[in-house]
Design a protein around this ligand. Structure first.
Ligand SMILES: Nc1ncnc2c1ncn2[C@@H]1O[C@H](COP(=O)(O)OP(=O)(O)O)[C@@H](O)[C@H]1O
Ligand SMILES: [Mg+2]
Length: 367
């Protein structure tokens, strides 16, 4: 229910700047994800909001309240961790009603809440079970139930699905999403899994090395990435390096390695600038033989991977760049290894970025 606001928040551990001058506004009732590679500061950010650690600089607000000096137990927050953090010596029921009991609620009220939340996570029939008798997915549902029973209005979830099998992970993410929506809670969900973040979030903040690179809806991040890193980390992108040759009313002509000229619809570039084109694998057209389309480049199919829904081609372009092309496997004819093809793409689906100072490889590195 509350919104969460961070203003210029920094947290250092010795020389490591785990969270670097982060400002962020998570709206009331929003399902918000922090997404980024391991070590980028996601957990530190959540722990700051929970009050488990203190910021070196900046302010944290939950609702209208500045909480920098408010202890964790007074922040009305529920925390769900990746590792199953239930009390091992208590059964599901005692785990769930622990919060209401500690808060000194009347026995009857505590029990009503316990029954309600266990129904909600559909584990009412397992209330006698101890954590070691429950599956990972069930334990996480109990963990969510425990947070809800304690009266949390803000749910902080740190890789809550990370330890689960793929099938359970997929089901539980929608279940948690549904509960948060039904109860009008605000949720902050930490994950390094972009498909998870894309599937459940109202908005996502993409983090790298303690900083937030971009905040947006899943669609905005996918369609309009503002940096090479986001274009790489959300979905997949092919990066083609080149120089701006000329600009005209239709867009920018870019010369790739090997003298290949292609066009992007973007116009805000200058002649001679070193740039990188980012093209989604599903944006490419690919056809057998030599074709003359807009932005067509000849190549040879080097690898074919059947992925079920999709078929994934690696095509070696004639300038030796390697690109990934993804096509629905049930539509059209498949291409074979060694086949000569023409790869092409529409100029309006080819965003251009400045070549990064640190180099392209370093820029997209997740280490
Ligand atoms: N208690 C700590 N002491 C020292 N360094 C820490 C501590 N917690 C986190 N770090 C460091 O801060 C950085 C961010 O860590 P973390 O927030 O856990 O990242 P993430 O959750 O995104 O994987 C990492 O370099 C990590 O090693
Ligand atoms: Mg973490």
């Amino acid at each position: 229910m509350p919104d969460v606001r961070l203003v210029n928040v920094t947290k250092k551990f010795g020389k490591i700047v785990a969270v670097n001058n982060v400002s962020l506004h998570v709206h009331d009732k929003e399902y918000f994800s922090l997404l980024g590679p391991s070590g980028c500061g996601k957990t530190t950010l959540l722990r700051l909001i929970a009050g488990l650690i203190q910021p070196d600089e900046g302010e944290i607000y939950i609702g209208d309240r500045l909480v920098n000096d408010v202890p964790p137990e007074d922040r009305d927050i529920g925390f769900v961790f990746q590792t199953f953090a239930l009390f091992p010596h208590m059964n599901a029921w005692d785990n769930v009603v622990y919060g209401p009991r500690v808060k000194g609620f009347h026995v009857e009220k505590a029990e009503t809440i316990g029954h309600e939340v266990l129904e909600m996570v559909r584990l009412h029939e397992r209330l006698d079970a101890f954590p070691n008798e429950l599956s990972g997915g069930m334990m996480q549902r109990i963990a969510v139930a425990r947070a809800l029973a304690a009266g949390a209005e803000l749910l902080l979830l740190d890789e809550p699905l990370g330890q689960l099998d793929a099938k359970v992970r997929n089901e539980l993410r929608y279940e948690i999403r549904r509960m948060v929506r039904d109860l009008d809670l605000t949720a902050m969900h930490v994950t390094h899994d972009q498909s998870e973040a894309m599937a459940i979030s109202d908005r996502i903040a993409v983090m790298k090395k303690g900083k937030i690179l971009q905040v947006g809806t899943p669609k905005e991040l996918y369609m309009k990435p503002k940096s090479i890193f986001v274009a790489h980390f959300i979905g997949e992108s092919n990066f083609l390096e080149g120089y701006v040759l000329s600009i005209n009313s239709e867009g920018t002509v870019i010369e790739l390695r090997g003298g290949i000229r292609v066009k992007s619809a973007e116009k805000n570039w200058k002649e001679g600038e070193r740039v990188v084109l980012a093209i989604r694998p599903e944006t490419f057209f690919v056809e057998k033989g030599v074709k003359k389309n807009k932005n067509s480049i000849l190549g040879i199919v080097e690898r074919v991977t059947f992925e079920g829904t999709n078929i994934r081609y690696e095509v070696r372009l004639k300038n030796q760049d390697l690109v990934v092309v993804i096509k629905p496997s049930m539509i059209g004819e498949w291409l074979n290894i060694g086949e000569k093809v023409t790869v092409s793409f529409p100029p309006e689906k080819a965003p251009v970025f400045a070549y990064p100072e640190v180099g392209l490889r370093e820029e997209i590195s997740v280490e």
